[in-house]
Design a protein around this ligand. Structure first.
Ligand SMILES: [Zn+2]
Length: 340
């Protein structure tokens, strides 16, 4: 058995991370999230807590109009009548007062409701409170937003803007974002090449897992066309690499065999951050392969570090990166016996 290494340190996301979570992984991947995030960061620089819908409509519509000029195709959950009004404002056929009126009426449908909703987790902070049903309809900015803005909103604004541009470029290419890769060397969006076939990885990885899913220990098969064929899963979600937030997740150190349910079932891991227990297990797996002089030994050492403490730090860094970008943590119950 490998030497017992020190424990991994859990990570508590910061407010900045929560905002990143909203922008990257919130419900309804659409322009409005970016426009609302930018508006909130701007408004957070002021001292006013109560923001009327008219006050909010100004920065919100300004950001949407600006982006429509550079990228006519903006996916959004709000009605196209709002986007049409923005287009009319851009071509001079609608005045600013009318744009604000249309934004107040149509621009925030589902936008304010959905802002704090993540796909897999409830956001534990609130950047504003919805007061649209009060006597003076609007939103109330919270201490969390002011604290975020007080730490400097320039960086956060730049990040939101970068991500907005990234996704609208994908929309304008009329390809699904899942088919777009970010090439950090050239800072360009590139069509994702087909992932290298990983079929043979099943045999290489199964030696350690002994026919059991990495997460739930349920039985998996490595026989092609067999029932319950193991899926080659990226422990740290490959999604982070597709978004340009991480490199080299498509390497053997990050690959495990999982049953279909754990990998992509309704309650499966999908793009979520793996629980620390799984990170510790991945470390154990990699150390086992290295210490047993497995054919993958040199590969694993080249990819993650020459010494065990270096490799530990490597995984801790990856966990930090994953947790701070993808807040939702996933774990599942064991259905098989971990001791086998
Ligand atoms: Zn499983």
């Amino acid at each position: 058995m490998p030497t017992r290494l020190s424990q991994f340190v859990n990570v508590t996301p910061t407010r900045e991370n929560y905002l990143r979570g909203v922008v990257l992984f919130g419900l309804n991947s659409a322009s409005y999230k970016f426009a609302l995030a930018k508006s909130l960061l701007e408004l957070g620089d002021g001292r006013r807590e109560a923001i009327s819908l008219v006050d909010l409509a100004e920065p919100f519509s300004r950001h949407v109009c600006e982006h429509l000029r550079r990228a006519p195709r903006q996916a959004t959950s709000v009605g196209s009548r709002f986007l049409d009004a923005c287009r009319s404002f851009n071509d001079g056929s609608l005045d600013h007062d009318r744009l604000i009126a249309v934004t107040v009426k149509l621009g925030f449908n589902n936008v304010i409701d959905a802002f704090h909703a993540l796909r897999q987790a409830d956001l534990p902070v609130r950047f504003f409170v919805d007061e649209r049903r009060s006597a003076s309809p609007g939103i109330r900015l919270t201490g969390d937003l002011f604290a975020l803005a007080a730490r400097g909103s320039a960086q956060a604004l730049a990040e939101v803007e970068a991500r907005w541009r990234l996704v609208e470029t994908a929309w304008s290419l009329e390809i699904s974002r899942s088919l777009v890769a970010y090439d950090s060397a050239t800072e360009q969006l590139v069509p994702a090449s087909h992932r290298a076939p990983l079929v043979s990885a099943r045999d290489a990885l199964n030696g350690y897992q002994k026919g059991a899913c990495f997460y739930c220990y349920g039985p998996v098969s490595t026989v092609a066309k067999g029932l319950g064929l193991a899926e080659v899963d990226h422990l740290f979600p490959h999604h982070l690499q597709r978004l340009g937030l991480a490199a080299d997740l498509d390497q053997v150190w990050n690959l495990v065999l999982a049953c279909q349910g754990c990998n992509r079932g309704p309650g499966g891991k999908s793009d979520k951050t793996p629980h620390l227990d799984y990170v510790a297990r991945l470390e154990q797996r990699n150390e086992y392969l290295i210490e047993s002089h497995h054919p993958l030994r040199e590969t694993l050492m080249a990819q993650t570090g020459l010494t065990a403490p270096e490799r530990h730090r490597f995984l801790q860094d990856k966990y930090y990166m994953s947790r701070t970008n993808q807040i939702a943590v996933w774990r599942t119950a064991a259905v098989g016996d971990p001791a086998l």
